[in-house]
Design a protein around this ligand. Structure first.
Ligand SMILES: *[C@@H]1O[C@H](CO)[C@@H](O)[C@H](O)[C@H]1NC(C)=O
Length: 301
């Protein structure tokens, strides 16, 4: 029975993918990055998938940073290093390019003919870590910031240096990375390049969760400390906030659903809020969200 169910899911998903996508893009390993110590958690080379642009999009680049949470202590970084989120040895060779990465005009009218890149996420700290020392007992490498730079250098050499337009995007942990690396991305490109950053669900509110615990603050403090991220966060933010706060405050675009999910479920815990009035939860959340957004909006004026 279980096998049949699995098989059916596989069949349906294959049909959906064949009908809507049909584009699989080969992985490229950045092997020369290893000499610079720019590596995944397990020491393997970083990787990306590039589909070349054409026509009017030939000199435009869309970079998408892969998401996938973080690891905040040695225990869960060690578990992670044996998965695709910690090792390029575990990544699939061919990745389906869909949505903003699609090459079909009807699904992706703005970017379908741009150079489109998916940068694989394998450092566990939104591409911000940089610790020289590697503990031989664990063989964990905290080098996300080096990975970021090594991949960007390779893409610049592959033609991004001539970009007329460049967009840095990402979702979740990748959305957070696109915020934190936006200034650095701008600085890597020529003055004449039009540069935009797009953060999809990359905004993590620094507030108490439903059980009253400051989970997000503690969690990001652990990430920043473990990965040695502080020096690689935007100076314009760290001059005013602690590094953990930089990782949790900052906004361009918000996907409301993701924000509400964070509220409902203290990260990593299963939902147990059945007795709480949903209406009150929503109101409380909206109120909180507004208290974050209002000052930002007046700042923008
Ligand atoms: C590691 O972090 C996770 C998630 O925050 C936590 O559940 C776990 O207890 C931590 N493990 C150790 C050994 O600190």
């Amino acid at each position: 029975m279980f096998k049949l169910k699995q098989w059916l899911i596989y069949l349906v998903c294959s049909l959906v993918i064949m009908n809507t996508e049909g584009l699989f893009v080969n992985i490229t390993f950045v092997r020369n990055a290893v000499a610079k110590g720019a590596v995944c958690l397990d020491g393997s080379p970083p990787a990306y998938h590039l589909d070349r642009g054409s026509g009017t999009g030939i000199n435009s680049w869309l970079i998408q940073l892969e998401g996938g949470g973080w690891c905040n202590n040695v225990t869960n970084c060690v578990s992670r290093m044996h998965t695709r989120l910690g090792s390029s040895k575990k990544m699939v060779e061919n990745l389906a390019f869909s949505a903003i990465l699609s090459n079909k005009k009807q699904y992706n009218p703005d970017f379908y003919n741009w150079n489109r890149v998916k940068v694989r996420y394998c450092d566990g700290a939104s591409f911000t870590g940089d610790v020289e020392a590697v503990n031989p007992a664990t063989n964990l490498h905290f080098r996300g910031a080096r990975v970021w730079l090594a991949v960007m250098q390779e893409l610049l050499a592959k033609g991004m240096i001539n970009a007329e337009n460049a967009v840095l995007s990402g979702c979740s942990a990748g959305g957070l990375a696109s915020l934190m690396h936006c200034d650095s991305f701008r600085a890597l490109l020529p003055m004449g390049t039009k540069v935009k950053c797009l953060s999809d669900a990359g905004f993590f509110l620094n507030t108490r969760d439903v059980s009253g615990v400051q989970y997000i603050k503690t969690y990001f403090e652990d990430v920043v400390t473990l990965h040695g991220s502080a020096k690689n966060l935007p100076r314009s933010c760290t001059s005013r906030l602690t590094p953990a706060m930089v990782e949790s405050i900052h906004v361009i675009i918000i996907k409301p659903f993701f924000v509400s999910l964070q509220y409902f479920y203290p990260y990593n815990q299963s939902p147990k809020i059945c007795s709480v009035s949903f209406r009150n939860m929503w109101l409380a959340r909206l109120e909180l969200l507004c208290s974050f957004l209002m000052p930002l909006m007046t700042l923008g004026r």
